[in-house]
Every structure is written in C-alpha cells, then in structure tokens.
Design a protein around this ligand. Sequence first.
Ligand SMILES: Cc1cc2nc3c(=O)[nH]c(=O)nc-3n(C[C@H](O)[C@H](O)[C@H](O)COP(=O)(O)OP(=O)(O)OC[C@H]3O[C@@H](n4cnc5c(N)ncnc54)[C@H](O)[C@@H]3O)c2cc1C
Length: 501
Amino acid sequence: MTYKKARLTRLNEAPTNAAGRYVLYWCQMFRRLSRNHALDYAVAVANELKKPLVVYEGLRLDYPWASRRLHTFVLEGMRENARRAKELGLTYWPFVETPSAPARGLVRLLARDAAVVVTDDFPCFVVPGQSAALAAKVEVPVFAVDGNCVVPLANLGPSVSAAAHLRPRIHKAFVEAWGHRAEVTPRLGRDARVRVDPPFAVWEPPADLPHFVASLPLDPLPAVQDTPGGESAARQRLSDFLARRLRGYAESRSQPASLEEGFASGLSPYLHFGHLSIEEVVERALDVPGPWTPAEIDVKQRGRREGFFCRDANVNAFLDEALTWRDVGFLWHSKRREDTGHLATALPFWALETLKKHAADPRAYVYSREEWEAGETHDELWNAAQKELVATGRLHNYLRMLWGKKVLEFSASPEEAYQTLVHLNNKYALDGRNPNSYTGILWTFGLFDRPWPPERNVLGSIRYMSSGNTAKKFRLGPYLDYVKRLPSIASVRAGGAASKE
Ligand SMILES: Cc1cc2nc3c(=O)[nH]c(=O)nc-3n(C[C@H](O)[C@H](O)[C@H](O)COP(=O)(O)OP(=O)(O)OC[C@H]3O[C@@H](n4cnc5c(N)ncnc54)[C@H](O)[C@@H]3O)c2cc1C
C-alpha cells in the first residue's frame, strides 16, 4: 500500500463516517472491474473497515458532446460490468439518467450513507470538477485514485516540454511500478461482499440497447458498429492487434489506412473509457515475443525509443506511444487540470509569439466551423480524414496531425482553429475528451515541439505539414477508396446509416 499511496489524493479533510453503511467506489472513468487501482483501493478500505463495498457507475445526459455514439459505447461497458459484478459477488449499482429519472444529487445522496468515498483521478474533462464538487459538499472523506498510467503520475516529476524529457523518467520508474500493478480480480473480503440494497432503481440493461439509446434526448450521431464498448470487446481488439498488426507497427504505423488494413491498435477508445487497463495492454504486448520479465530490460538504452524494454522493435515502438506519448498528455494535464480552454494558457511562449506575429496574414481559404464539420474544403485528403472521423469515430494518427494543421492554416484565427478542433475531435472521436485530445491538438500548434524554420504564412515557425507531401510520402489510393465506401458525413450526422471501419 505504501508505494500505491503515490496514486492517492485526498480531496477533503472530512473524517471517516464510522456509521456509514458501505464504502462507495464512484466509478467515473476507469469503467472496469479488473486491474483497476481505484477499485483496489476501495476494496482495501472496505476490507479494513469491515464494511460492504458498493460500486456506483452512472451515466448522465448532460455531459458535453453527449451523443448516441458515446452513450452506446459506455452502456455496452456497463452491461458487461453488471454481468461481471454478479460473477464477482460485488454490489454494483448502475444508474442511467433519463428525463423521468434525473441524476442530479444522486452521488451526494449515496455519499451521505458512505463511510468513505473513492473515485477516479482522471485529470481532464468534467471529472476533476465533479470530484471536487462532491468533496466540498459531503461530510465523508473523498479519495481520488490515479490509475491512468503504469507509473503513477506523482512519480513522474514536473510536466515536460518534450516527450524526450519524459522517456528516461518513465524508463527509470518502470520496474518498480511494474511490481505494483492492479489486481486482476479484486480481493473482496467477506464483509466487502455483503449486499446492500440501492436507494434508487438501478439500470437494468434492456434487451434492445439501440432502441433504449434512441429514446433518450441525445445528439443522433450513431454508434460505431465495429467498435462496441466493454472489456471483452477491448480484449478482442487487443488480441487481434497483437496477433495481426503489431508486427508492422515500427515500420508502417504512419501509413494512412483503415483499422483493418493498417497497423495501429485501435485501442484508444477502450483506454479512454477505462474498459481496458494500460497495464494489461503493456503486459500482453511485452509477452508477444515470449514470456517477458524485467530482466530483459536493457538499462543502457534508458531514455531511447528503441531497445529498452526488449529486443523486439515493434514492441518497443508500440510501448513508446502507449507509455511515453500517452503519459506526456496525462502528466501535462495532471499539473494543470481543467486549464485547457484557450491557447493563451496552454501554449509555450515561442508558439504564442509566432502565431501572434502572423495573426493578420492573409489566408488562402477561411472556413467556418460548419464547413469544417461538413468536410467541405478544397482539400480532398482533409475531407476524407473528416469523413473517416465522423463515420467511424476514429482518425488515423498521422492524418490526425495533418487534419489539425490545416484547420490552423485555414481558420480566421488560431483561437478559432483551436475551438473548432476541440469541438470536432471531442464530438466525433470515441477517444475524444481525453488528456491526449487536448495535447494532441495543441501539438499541432507547437506544444511539445520546437520552432521549425523557415517562417511561413499564418503558421510562423510552427511545424508545417501539407497534404501534397503526405501524398508523396504514402500510398493514399487504398485509404481514399476505403473512405469513399463509408456513409456520407451528412447521413451520419443526421443519425443515419450505421458506420463501418
Ligand atoms: C490533432 C490530434 C488529436 C488527437 N486526439 C486524441 C484523442 O482525442 N484521444 C487520444 O487518445 N489520442 C489522441 N491523439 C493522439 C493519437 O492520435 C491517438 O492516441 C492514436 O491515433 C490512437 O489510435 P490507436 O489506439 O490505434 O494508437 P496506437 O498507435 O495503436 O497507439 C497505442 C496507444 O498509444 C497512445 N498514443 C498513440 N499515439 C499517441 C500520441 N501521438 N499521443 C498520445 N498518445 C498516443 C494511445 O493511447 C494509443 O491508444 C491525437 C493526436 C492529434 C495529432
């Protein structure tokens, strides 16, 4: 428990409520019942206090960018959690808000009867604000547990200005963290298993989930057919990636392609909603060349992208994204929480200065948010990327960079471009509303990067990317053909044809 304290933040000073009927785990972002540090902590507290454990997982109607797409993914996960909780003998209270059953005040009501509340320490979106609001209003202790990354964020030091600065810190802290991974199955003591009746009607997963979702007042953006939510679907995607696509990862992951034809894992939605633990992903990837132990680590390669974890180039390349790059965003957010609303508070000085200097430069095209959203620009590749995003909830990583750069180049101002990108990314991408949504977008404006001469129109010394160069660098024909077969942006936005990746 001592090492794991690095994951723990106490959000208020209230004393334990000895009369509390249970220990409450309010599951907000790590939406799974295995390999979950926050759940493990709640279990440990329940065992120690000899109280029942209650897991509460809720879904409101009013989160930003709420849609049928996001709701379906989360509910598929909740349906599975309900099943799994029964197998584990765990008291699980799912709640799904409907117009006749509002969510307002429910967590506070549940907290009132708790001895201690434990929740997820996710450093972005509505989560930090919701947790702080609860902690301020209740008279029981509220703890937030960081289960975001393999190495606890508190052990990674201050935020960095480039991924290269974080890599050696992760490498240094990795082995110790590896020895303190979350439990595969929560270790519930006898008291923790005692059932408690909920003070509200728990959600019963309906036989016809799409019909239920369609009955809710949500944006009609449809679910992504080929990316169902939940732990089993997440594991299926992980197995599929490791068996078929990992082998081309180091060489070819940047080649724009559908998930089926390319080499990326497609795991980000599952990592985002916590249906899959990053520890499980890393464990399974390390075992691909053969059962892995920390003895395989080559400390001479510490801080290098290649050769550190093992000899397999694909495994190292994949872990560099899943650990170094992913952690860069989480660390950055954990130091600033919700302060990502505007470029002025998010970008390094040099990037702000160069954008300011070029703010009045004439633009070859200026598109409105509606034109961007509808994929109606002069740039065929940009429109294709936008169509992929809208239809599949996914956007290939290399194209995602280009996609961001073009919005900066052809918007009325950098701030407008930033707001457009946050909106498009967070509305359509299944993995949106994540620390890496904001840092990914901000990278296109210079965050974690450096000035790239020569100075250009509009972008100044921000790194430039062009669709023409992308077309020279990659074989785009198969990608464009795949996107052509996807349903149109207009039909998907209207809630029409189901999408296929
Ligand atoms: C403009 C822009 C917006 C982005 N928005 C998001 C977002 O909303 N959510 C999100 O998770 N990522 C975002 N990224 C980062 C990256 O594009 C995605 O993580 C990646 O494409 C997800 O696909 P995958 O799971 O197949 O990745 P893989 O290549 O299989 O990588 C495995 C995992 O590593 C992490 N990862 C990979 N590349 C990056 C990266 N460049 N930065 C940070 N983590 C990375 C992700 O967790 C990913 O699931 C954005 C990048 C840009 C340039």
